[in-house]
Design a protein around this ligand. Structure first.
Ligand code: SAH
Length: 507
């Protein structure tokens, strides 16, 4: 017999990928096979090694569930092959997830297993809807109940007599199809008809939706809103605290889908800041940084670094491209000892520090114009090295040459559209967007170039947030409506301007 495998029953949490446990995350990183459900957020699969086998056992096309027996057999088979199997289940594996049955089958077959708890839907939805499940003023008891979406079972096994009044907070899972029946039973068995009820759908996800009512009113509200599963139903006085304790779905950008179009390496800062404000960032890279057609000019400059007085770097990409090539040629930051280093703004300066260099000069205006202003009176008779993007404007070489400097401007990097960008963008537009963000003229151009005519027409109806005047000009030239442009061209100011815009539109 070969080495025997092991199965980890892992709770994926309710949806927000940040709600998986550290242990669950670590196990996914080392999984060889992942068997996952409909309710486990698929982005968690990205944690696993690329070569890991990923098997979906959630709802098949339509509403059919994968038969439990097949899932169990699959677990046993993979474990017997000697694999480390991550069985990833929505919420907690042992709460209405049939994790108990899977563990029993593993135990019976003598296969090693571990169970990693997860944040169950009731706990997560309560937190994200602002409903403390227990509260000294309202209740000290709590029950998790299945509302069986299978209408054949019709909730017959529940002892309504006891449930209705003995437990303060009741949380129903899988109860949407039976909501009316649940409410009726509770009232019939002695619960006050005025008891507040809150239904939370796709809890913890950017599109989380909530409906509030009472045992009498909630089913009609759910029907008229066409509210579908997955949702949990909260019954109890604690629901009254939501008005006071809401925090997730009333942030300035809650429910807003915002397109973030940046080079792949740089999307995180902007999308994280937008997500903090409640937005759903839809990240599509329309541009990726690629090597220039030829390194010959840059290499020649790198071979003569001693001959320069200034090094001018006008973007984080320029910093990366310059240092990558420097390092590739066996040199490092020490080669810049004799140069005055100019960074266009704080982000480039930070990128320089990461490469071991402190910028000597940073302009007040974080644009090429600012660099010209800063340098024009200091560079007469000096030699400047300005490694630039293939499509960079000619402003710095032209103005500083006019100021009496010798400007050498080798192309250090170029940009291209990633292969999957067009499809992703058109899908994002079809799904609906509330704002487009652009942080460079090139991203606007690439965006427009990638779309077919219909999508482009759609996209032009969506307001644009642009980082500064040049990007705005390009956007307007292409027919977009620039609704947001910060006074100072930094990501922080852009985010602040977006926040202010949505607060104003909400009023
Ligand atoms: N093991 C899971 C429950 C699976 S049963 C857990 O611990 O959460 C499936 C039911 O869980 C759904 O019908 C719904 O009632 C609830 N559920 C799961 N994820 C949810 C979510 N993100 N938002 C609301 N309800 C959810």
């Amino acid at each position: 017999m070969g080495k025997s495998g092991k199965v980890y029953l892992i709770g994926a949490g309710p949806g927000d990928p940040g709600l998986i446990t550290v242990k669950g995350q670590e196990l996914l990183r080392h999984a060889e096979v992942i068997i996952y459900d409909y309710l486990a957020n698929p982005v968690l699969l990205d944690l696993a090694p690329p070569e890991a086998e990923r098997i979906y056992v959630g709802k098949r096309s339509g509403q059919h569930h994968y038969p439990q027996e097949e899932i169990t057999n699959l677990l046993l088979a993979k474990a017997k092959e000697g694999k480390r199997v991550a069985r990833l289940k929505g919420g907690d594996p042992f709460i209405f997830g049939r994790g108990g049955e899977e563990a029993q089958a593993l135990a019976a077959a003598g296969i090693l297993f571990e169970v990693v708890p997860g944040v169950t839907a009731a706990v997560a939805a309560a937190a994200y809807a602002g409903i403390p499940l227990t509260h000294r003023d309202h209740t000290t008891t709590l029950g998790f109940i299945t509302g069986h979406e299978d209408p054949a079972k019709k909730l017959s096994s529940l002892d309504w007599e006891k449930l209705a009044t003995a437990v303060g907070t009741l949380v129903f899972y899988m109860g949407m199809a039976n909501l009316e029946n649940i409410c009726e039973q509770l009232i019939t068995h002695g619960r006050s008809p005025e008891t507040p009820v809150v239904v939370v759908r796709w809890a913890t996800m950017p599109g989380q939706e909530t409906l509030c009512g009472t045992l009498v009113t909630i089913s009609a509200k759910v029907r008229s809103a066409d509210f579908k599963p997955p949702a949990v139903i909260f019954v109890g006085e604690v629901n009254r605290l939501r008005d006071e304790l809401r925090w997730f779905d009333n942030r300035p950008l809650s429910g807003r889908r915002v397109l973030v179009t940046r080079a792949a390496e740089q999307t995180a800062t902007l999308s994280d800041a937008l997500a903090d404000l409640g937005a759903e960032p839809v990240v599509v890279s329309t541009i990726k940084i690629v090597p220039p057609p030829s390194f010959a000019d840059l290499d020649q400059a790198l071979g003569n670094l001693d001959s320069f007085d200034f090094l001018v770097l006008t973007s984080v990409n320029a910093v990366s491209a310059f240092f990558d090539r420097l390092n590739a040629r066996g040199m490092d930051a020490r080669a810049l000892a004799g140069l005055l280093t100019v960074a266009v703004g704080p982000k480039s300066a930070e990128a320089l520090v990461a490469r071991g260099v402190r910028a000597d000069l940073v302009p007040e205006d974080y644009r090429a114009e600012g660099v010209v202003e800063l340098l024009k009176n200091r560079v007469t008779g000096k030699r400047l090295l300005y490694p630039k993007a293939a499509l960079a404007r000619d402003l710095i070489p032209a103005e500083l040459t006019a100021a009496g400097a010798a400007v050498i401007a080798p192309v250090a990097y170029a940009s291209a559209a990633p292969a999957d960008a067009a499809g992703k963008l058109q899908q994002a537009i079809a799904d609906g967007l509330d704002l487009l963000t652009f942080t460079a003229s090139s991203t606007v151009r690439n965006f427009a170039d990638l779309l077919d005519t219909d999508s482009l027409t759609q996209a032009k109806k969506i307001p644009v947030a642009s980082i500064g005047p040049l990007t705005s000009a390009t956007a307007r030239e292409l027919g977009f409506t620039v609704a947001i442009e910060p006074e100072s061209s930094t990501l922080e100011d852009l985010v602040e301007a977006i926040r202010a815009y949505f607060i104003a539109t909400d009023q």
